[in-house]
Ligand binder design. Structure first.
Ligand SMILES: Cc1cc2nc3c(=O)[nH]c(=O)nc-3n(C[C@H](O)[C@H](O)[C@H](O)COP(=O)(O)OP(=O)(O)OC[C@H]3O[C@@H](n4cnc5c(N)ncnc54)[C@H](O)[C@@H]3O)c2cc1C
Length: 394
């Protein structure tokens, strides 16, 4: 059975990172991606120093660094009063402390770096138009069942097929994701359309009551990435649906003029209704394991979903290699190492939304006072577990 490849359902950031990590350790890997071509929707993504540690371990750190924009600070603005609440500097002291920078990057660029890494690897086979419907297994191996009836055999199957993972449906069976009721509108605009006074080299968060706006430059400052979120009790999971410009403008009409001017700068928006899941311990079923959003989907408020998927990949490659042929032991060691950290992020992401991004009234004033009192060192200390190499659990 060891001649068989390790199968990966899903060719997103997590699946490709896992393919690369496993192939680097000498395994043959087959990625089964449902889409007819490999690609990423959406635009910008923030990646912390922990993601660069992971990319380095996968051997593609320099390629990713070349595509990133290095922001100077994480800035929190109060979107009602238009005052700066805090700015966490990301310059040399931050880089020295965490051993890597904080950056923003276009998703397609990050995904492209991983695609190129996989394509250059003779042990990785990338199959598109291959939609996994489920799996069967016996003591010796596993077969991925594709939607067209084909069965693909492997020594193990990694479910890296995202929020609505069919592999998770079989491993865990916990139904549909939890719909948060938060709707995110995303747009990308040429830098010339961004209000001039707001062309900051920072990842900027305008926090309003039950809503927020994020913006940062991307792709060598050619464009600005805009993400605007509102708690509107949406009940259905939606991903990438176009919405009327006027609807977005109305949703943020209660904010101060400057944050509103960001919303008015964009003409076309797409909508996502955010979902996550309750953390749970079951990630493994025999020779099948979950990874990335399939294992631990989280709200975006810690900007860590993709970072965690890449860390998972590094860890999985390491534990499977260390288990030296005992794949069951390798998968179990991976689960044990990754579960506490990713659970903490799922829960922290919800808490960040409630206590930092969206508080209203007295809670808003408490947030401002709490964050204004913090020094840069206080902020660095509070994210040591997340960005520091020792906390990574890989
Ligand atoms: C608005 C927003 C902002 C975000 N910002 C950040 C951020 O700043 N930083 C960060 O780190 N993370 C961020 N995230 C989270 C990040 O996007 C996800 O955590 C990450 O994309 C998960 O990667 P994945 O590979 O696990 O899953 P996905 O990206 O969902 O990839 C899954 C892949 O599997 C494929 N697939 C699905 N079903 C099947 C099937 N049946 N058979 C075969 N293939 C299948 C899909 O086509 C896809 O290619 C954000 C998310 C959102 C919604």
């Amino acid at each position: 059975m060891t001649d068989l490849p390790i199968l990966i359902s899903g060719g997103g950031i997590g699946g490709l990172a896992a393919a690369l990590g496993l192939a680097n350790k000498g395994h043959a890997v087959t990625v089964l991606e449902q889409a007819s071509s490999l690609g990423e929707i959406g635009a910008g993504i923030q990646i912390g120093p922990n993601a660069f540690h992971a990319l380095d371990r996968l051997g593609v750190g320099p390629a990713a660094r070349a595509k990133a924009v290095y922001v100077d600070a994480l800035v929190l603005m109060d979107a009602l009063s238009d005052e700066q609440v805090c700015a966490i500097p990301l310059d040399e002291p931050f880089r020295q402390r965490f051993g890597n920078p904080y950056a923003v990057i276009h998703r397609a660029d990050l995904h492209g770096v991983l695609v190129d890494g996989c394509r250059a690897h003779e042990r990785v086979t990338l199959r598109t138009g291959a939609r996994v419907a489920g799996y069967d297994q016996d003591g010796a191996g596993v077969a991925a069942r594709l939607a067209d009836g084909e069965r693909v055999k492997g020594q193990a199957l990694i479910g890296a097929d995202g929020l609505h993972s069919p592999v998770r449906a079989q491993v865990v069976g916990d139904g549909a994701p939890v719909v948060s009721g938060h709707t995110t509108y995303r747009s990308v605009i040429p830098t010339a359309m961004m209000p001039e006074a707001l062309r900051w080299n920072g990842a900027t968060l305008w926090a309003g009551p039950k809503c927020h706006i994020v913006h940062y430059p991307l792709q060598g400052w050619k464009v600005f990435n805009l993400v605007a979120t509102v708690q509107n009790n949406a009940t259905e999971a939606v991903a990438g649906e176009p919405v009327p410009t006027e609807l977005v403008r109305q949703s943020f009409a209660h904010l101060a003029p400057r944050p509103q001017s960001i919303i008015h700068a964009a003409e076309s928006w797409k909508r996502w209704v955010l979902c996550d899941r309750e953390p749970q311990e079951r990630w493994i079923d025999g020779r099948v394991a979950l990874l990335g959003d399939a294992a631990h989907p989280m709200l975006q408020y810690m900007a860590q979903g993709a970072c965690m998927a890449m860390e998972d990949a590094v860890c999985l490659a390491e534990t499977v290699a260390t288990a030296a042929g005992d794949i069951d032991a390798g998968l179990e060691a991976y689960r044990e190492r990754r579960l506490p950290r990713t659970t903490r992020l799922q829960l922290s992401s919800r808490a960040m939304g409630e206590y930092v991004y969206h508080p209203d009234g007295a809670r808003r004033l408490a947030r401002n006072a709490w964050l204004k009192a913090k020094s840069a060192t206080d902020f660095f200390d509070s994210v040591e577990w997340l960005y520091g190499v020792r906390g990574m659990a890989v």
